[in-house]
Design a protein around this ligand. Sequence first.
Ligand code: ATP
Ligand code: MG
Length: 722
Amino acid sequence: DLDAATAPLPSVSKSNVGHRWSDITSYATKKKVQSWFQLPNGNWELGRIMSTSGMESVISLPAGKVLKVNSDSLIPANPDILDGVDDLMQLSYLNEPSVLFNLQYRYNQDMIYTKAGPVLVAINPFKKVPLYGNNYIEAYKNKSIESPHVYAIADTAIREMTRDEVNQSIIISGESGAGKTETAKIAMQYLAVLGGGSGIEYEILKTNPILEAFGNAKTLRNDNSSRFGKLIEIHFSETGKISGAKIQTFLLEKSGPMCRGRKSNCYSIPGVDDAEQFHIVKEALDVVHVSKEDQESVFAMLAVVLWLGNVSFTMIDNENHVEAVEDESLINVANLIGCNIADLSLALSTRKMRVGNDNIVQKLTLSQAIETRDALAKSIYACLFEWLVEQINKSLAVGKKLTGRSISILDIYGFESFDRNSFEQFCINYANERLQQHFNRHLFKLEQEEYVQDGIDWTKVDFDDNQDCLHLFEKKPLGLLSLLNEESTFPNGTDYTFANKLKQHLNSNPCFRGEREKAFTVSHFAGEVTYDTTGFLEKNRDLLHLDSIQLLSSSSCHLPQAFASNMLNQSEKPVVGPLHKAGGADSQKLSVATKFKGQLFQLMQRLESTTPHFIRCIKPNNFQSPGSYEQGLVLQQLRCCGVLEVVRISRSGFPTRMSHQKFASRYGFLLVENAAEQDPLSVSVAILHQFNILPEMYQVGYTKLFFRTGQIGVLEDTRNNT
Ligand code: ATP
Ligand code: MG
């Protein structure tokens, strides 16, 4: 049956969903092949093409439904034999419905891990799956299991670290609730077992409950949502044993976790025993050598944050000025900080200003007082978190040489796009844009290396790049970050003036679009996001009044004192700030965006010197419930986290590779002329000619043949039907 082989061959389609059936209709109808049909609800269903005339096809869907549809709406499906392959690259047709179906097929059987070429895709099962523990770790170590797994990634990282003497990184991304933190813990578990022995691995694992206790919060999307990004660098000695570790955290979202006792309605989580969790945290603090005395102070500071939330104010004149109510909350806060009640009260309801050479005291209005109170609570909270990370790092590094090789695990929030996007999304998405560039570069490098190694012409492969978008953020002086910082230092700058400035300077940038009111849209690699500038300047300034810092430094306790000096150290220089024209006594800090950009660059620099391994976590539904797989939701994440980008990049290259040998032995018998005597390369070339495979569809390398997507499918079908 060589009919099919002489049918016109599909051309490489620029559309991101794959080849359209109309390209290969005659072949398709002859074989009554399967294809995907999109239902009005957006889901894909598998059908068979019964007949085609012009642009119309008749397809039969499951349950006996027969439909007449536009041929262009059909997308080719893979043969059944490829159902549930453990690497998406093995699919003949790498289109969206095929990828979605393959992942779902595996997910339904608790195979939550799938490779997409160099990337591991992990779909959150929202239930215990029997894939972990010592037996599995042993099996991956011995290579007696080959299915994709976080353990396999961790194993590769260890091997490559040792073999190539290069530091490694495991970069985990995904939406909130997708399973990043769990995945990071699973990877750490593997490293701890393989590199265990010194006892430090135990300390390292104990950092998780501590950071989670202080940096996580229940949100609508995740009961245990990390409100910070984290990089943990695990060091190994020359003998392959863990010798220490270092943690770096990013962008703690301060208002999240500290609200637990306050404004939010999220008090308790079913199945979580607070007393037990508390005990676990205290034990973990012991393990990382935080003294009992310091632990007391830590919990005292937490109590300060919570009590501060209850501090209230009363009006003292008819100009809306207030003073703090001297009740239980105020007294408790003062006692816990170790300061005077009167001093606390003043710090919350007045502001010292310098006008000319005079110091004056300005009374605060109710909203200013509340702002001051909350800013103090947030700062104490952030300082507490930083202090804990510092203690952990001391404990993990103490007396240990962090000189050997390392494996870093990055657990960082993925790209976010909500109905309303604010400063937090702006920073997060900027970071993801950088990470995406790293990802693209790495993939490009990998591809290129393979092509060069095999001597093929790789100039025929082009890759997309998100440099334009990064430029939009980083350009000086006319980029998003510079303009934000500039406006933040202007005394009269508001979200409005900021938004207008963006529109004025950036409207010609193709990645930027000014919107009505105070909004603007950025074309990110993962799609367009519209940001509302409300609160941008305030969040970027993140001011804490000097009065509050002075209050903390007047404390008789060492933690508040440490916090105060930390806050002062973070200030570039005390200035008569342009922030408050009257000669404000605020200290000029690095803006949040500047600090974040600095951290990000440092992070990228560290990652650049490592061999990266990518894990993309996917949330299959929004209810945190097992067994439900929503195609639309998954698809959107696959697009955002670059999995379909990998697929696209591969499609634009030559994703199917087969050695001359394998190709010759697999298809050689289809040759009309007997070629038994010839070498594999000659046989391969003869097959390519006999099947009229167009020259732009393949490349012949030294050891392998490289094909564009879908090419092998035709040969496979012919082979199976012969
Ligand atoms: P966030 O960005 O909000 O921090 P996240 O991506 O870190 O989210 P996790 O906290 O890791 O998400 O996962 C959310 C929940 O999903 C976990 O609390 C757990 O119940 C479940 N989960 C994730 N991964 C797994 C897994 N491999 N096996 C079982 N349950 C899992
Ligand atoms: Mg998390």
